[in-house]
Design a binder for this molecule. Structure first.
Ligand SMILES: C[S@@+](CC[C@H](N)C(=O)[O-])C[C@H]1O[C@@H](n2cnc3c(N)ncnc32)[C@H](O)[C@@H]1O
Length: 183
């Protein structure tokens, strides 16, 4: 492990849950995007299945980690720097509740999703339509710690649960979202 690895979210249960769901979801002709790639493990697996994969992260050490795995990576907030049309977008967001006192180091940014724990994910869902192809699919990890039902209540997406895993203190769920027509 390099000193840089310590600043990157290590592959964990949520990583592997998303990786397996993403590989299952991806089609050979997909142009795919992983937002918040961290170590790059999910994007690396998608690279084997989809036609082309791009990844983003706000953490420069994560961008370097993903590049070292052969993943085309961009440092940006969510999808801000991208101007493309993706068939599949996947995101394992920071989903733990955080407070104003939470430090803003890279690992806290990897974990903390604002006061509700859903703020980064909600901001992502507001932003992603700009780079989503017609009929594009989104896979999003959600946790019972910060709430899953709230995503299912959004009126701009149809939402299905495609994978879930129960751990001793939480349930992790992978949601598949598609924009409703007219959204
Ligand atoms: C829970 S970690 C997941 C990392 C990796 N995808 C995985 O599954 O192991 C969340 C990742 O999102 C990144 N992140 C947090 N806020 C972000 C933002 N606004 N834009 C882009 N990436 C962000 C973090 O740096 C971190 O790498």
């Amino acid at each position: 492990m390099t000193s840089e690895d310590a600043d990157v979210y290590p592959p964990s249960e949520d990583t592997y849950l998303l990786r397996d769901a993403a590989v299952e979801e991806a089609r050979p002709d997909d142009f795919a995007l992983e937002v918040g790639t961290g170590s790059g493990v999910v994007a690396e697996a998608l690279n084997e299945t989809a036609e082309r994969v791009v990844a983003t992260d706000i953490n420069k050490a994560a961008v370097r980690a993903a590049r070292s795995k052969g993943v085309e990576s961009v440092r940006t907030d969510l999808v801000a720097a991208l101007d493309a049309s993706f068939d599949l977008v996947v995101f394992n967001p920071p989903y733990l509740p955080s407070t104003d006192e939470t430090p803003d180091d890279d690992m806290s940014l990897a974990l903390g999703g604002g006061e509700t724990g859903r703020e980064t994910a909600e901001r992502f869902l507001d932003a992603v339509p700009r780079v989503l192809a017609p009929d594009g699919r989104v896979l999003l990890v959600a946790s019972s710690v910060s709430g899953v039902d709230e995503f299912e209540e959004r009126t701009d997406y149809t939402v299905e649960r495609v994978a879930s895993e129960r751990y001793f203190f939480e349930e992790l769920v992978v949601l598949r979202l598609r924009l409703r027509s007219g959204s």
